[in-house]
Design a protein around this ligand. Structure first.
Ligand code: ZN
Length: 562
């Protein structure tokens, strides 16, 4: 009798597994080279999707059973690489401005003059002119730009041009005048008004907190409220289009953004990337309580628009010479950088917010800045007790060697942007010397000590295209593909690791590794098909790779020529 019972249950279980094969798919991908990022099932040929989720990952034969004629959309990957959608863990995403003056990759400062002249011609007197993404390190003479470049073409308009890192701006004399900034102005705390060493006049460069001095006068708005809001909406749509063309299916915005705008887009069916938005870290408990309410309204359990973490800044950047270092900069021995607040202030904020259950993410670039962040997170664990807090260290750029194992020990996530490495390496050694560079972008050392990295871009500081990040992570070479082994090549990653941190690693950083970042049954169907086999192409082909399909929540949101 007992044997009969076992027999029946075996038959029953066989029947059951066969009936799942009759489950219908809305979408299948066949003939793929699927890199699943699932260590239990690393590769596959095909994927079946129903609704928003993956229902089966397997061989072509297995998946064909899910196809129902007239219902199932079939994508033939034709041998192309299929990976989880990219999850940008640090991206200053938002509506794009069609009038913004793009100065990225400018090598000749006279381009500033020309582009500002053109924009002024399109504007009315008093209207604000904005632009940026310049880096003086790319100029032939590598000198900071100054107001003289733009003054003569913008006598009647305020002009603000941001450095690529967003930590310094170039303004014209119009802005300096409106802001009351003169040779006699003193530096605000945590900021610098750059002055000409000979004349003592402000050069037009304002660093860090000095930007808060900016006043632009009565900039005339020429658009109605309706025109303005339609322009903003179009700006969001432009930004989302860019994201899906690059296969970026998840976006984690550091700090604040407009929850309502994304909710509206979602309601209209126009949101094509999942969005995490945070708030600023503060010591003010009533503000924290408001953030707590937001985190209830946009909970961690949801899949589309979620409350992320509380963002803080401990220091500036290496490029602007404002990163907080233990020792002075090699090229500016009078300075060890700037801290945005005292350590005690920061620690208190961290302890308070940690106690309320928030995740915290702090921008930290210099070795001392990173050390402070780890110290404060550690203190919060001691005071409030250890929990799965996954506090984040945004950028993790320069570390002293004794701090490297502390990330894994404390469960702190290094949230890093590989392209910063290949952009900044041009001036890193000059600024901090070769010894301190050993702890810069120390990906391999962090992994070896047990850390889970999250990858992103810091867009618009760096381009949004994930292929640039993958290239940077596996080569540590400049974008022109310089000779040699790359910058501190012992820290390089394999392509598979780089993709894993850009998908599963980033999902872990937002507490979503149970449903995102892998191609696995039950996971959200966020999938990208790439036109080149990233795992087997020469280095100089990586940045040329393009996304052919982007699928978010089971829907094809982007398809190139097919
Ligand atoms: Zn950033």
């Amino acid at each position: 009798m007992k044997n009969v019972f076992i027999l029946i249950s075996i038959i029953y279980s066989i029947m059951c597994s066969s009936c799942t094969q009759h489950q219908k798919a809305d979408l299948v991908i066949i003939n793929g080279k699927v890199l699943t990022i699932d260590k239990d099932n690393p590769s596959a040929e095909a994927i079946a999707v129903s609704g928003e989720k993956i229902i089966r990952v397997g061989t072509l034969r297995e998946i064909k059973a899910y196809i129902v004629k007239g219902r199932t959309e079939v994508i033939d990957a034709k041998g192309r690489l299929v990976i989880p959608g990219f999850n940008d863990a640090h991206v200053h995403f938002g509506p794009l401005d069609p009038d913004y003056i793009e100065l990225r990759y400018t090598t000749d400062p006279s381009v500033f003059t020309e582009k500002v002249r053109e924009q002024v011609a399109r504007s009315k007197p008093g209207e604000m002119i904005r632009g940026g993404h310049w880096e003086h390190e790319m100029f032939i003479d590598k000198k900071w730009p100054s107001k003289e470049l733009i003054d003569k073409v913008s006598p009647d308009n305020p002009v603000i041009l941001s450095r690529a890192d967003g930590h310094s701006v170039l303004v014209n004399s119009y802005v300096l005048r409106m802001s009351g900034i003169t040779r006699n102005s003193t530096n605000p705390f945590g900021g610098e008004i750059q002055k000409d060493p000979v004349s003592g006049e402000p050069t037009g460069i304002l660093k860090e907190n000095a930007e808060s001095l900016i006043k632009t006068g009565n900039s005339k708005t020429v658009r109605t409220t309706e025109q303005e809001s339609e322009r903003t909406r179009q700006g969001y749509l432009l930004a989302l289009k860019e994201a899906r063309e690059y296969g970026v299916t998840s976006i984690q915005i550091p700090g604040q953004a407009d929850f309502q705008a994304y909710s509206n887009l979602k309601a209209e069916g126009l949101l094509t990337s999942r969005i995490d938005i945070g708030q600023s870290l503060t010591a003010d408990t009533s503000t924290l309580k408001r953030s707590l309410k937001l985190s209830v309204k946009f909970p961690r359990e949801s899949d589309w628009i979620r409350f992320g973490y509380l963002k803080a800044f401990i220091d500036g950047t290496i490029g602007s010479g404002t990163a907080l270092m233990f020792e002075p900069f090699d090229d500016n021995p009078g300075s060890s950088g700037l801290s945005m607040m005292t350590y005690e202030e920061f620690e208190n904020m961290v302890i308070t917010a940690d106690k309320m259950g928030f995740q915290i993410g702090t921008h930290a670039i210099g070795d001392k800045g990173n050390n402070w962040v780890l110290n404060a997170y550690e203190k919060a664990q001691t005071v409030n007790g250890k929990r799965d807090s996954r506090h984040r260290d945004e950028h993790t750029q320069t570390l002293i060697s004794s701090d490297i194992p502390r990330f894994a020990q404390l469960g702190v996530i290094p949230s890093m942007q590989p392209t910063h490495c290949i952009t900044d390496k041009r001036f890193y050694e000059k600024r901090v010397g070769i010894e301190r560079c050993k702890g810069a972008y120390a990906w391999r050392d962090l992994i070896n000590s047990g850390s889970v990295l999250a990858f992103g871009t810091d867009y618009p500081v760096e381009p949004l295209n994930p292929m640039e990040g993958l290239y940077a992570a596996v080569t540590r070479k400049d974008r022109l593909g310089e000779e040699g082994e790359g910058w501190f090549p012992e820290q390089k990653l394999t392509m598979e690791e780089a993709i894993r941190f850009y998908t599963l690693g980033s999902a872990y950083a937002q507490f979503m590794e149970d449903r995102k970042g892998k191609i696995k049954t039950g996971y959200l169907a966020d999938i990208v098909i790439v036109d080149k086999d990233l795992l087997n192409i020469p280095e100089n082909e990586i940045m040329k790779a393009k996304v052919d399909y982007t699928i978010v929540g089971g829907k094809v949101v982007y398809a190139s020529g097919r």
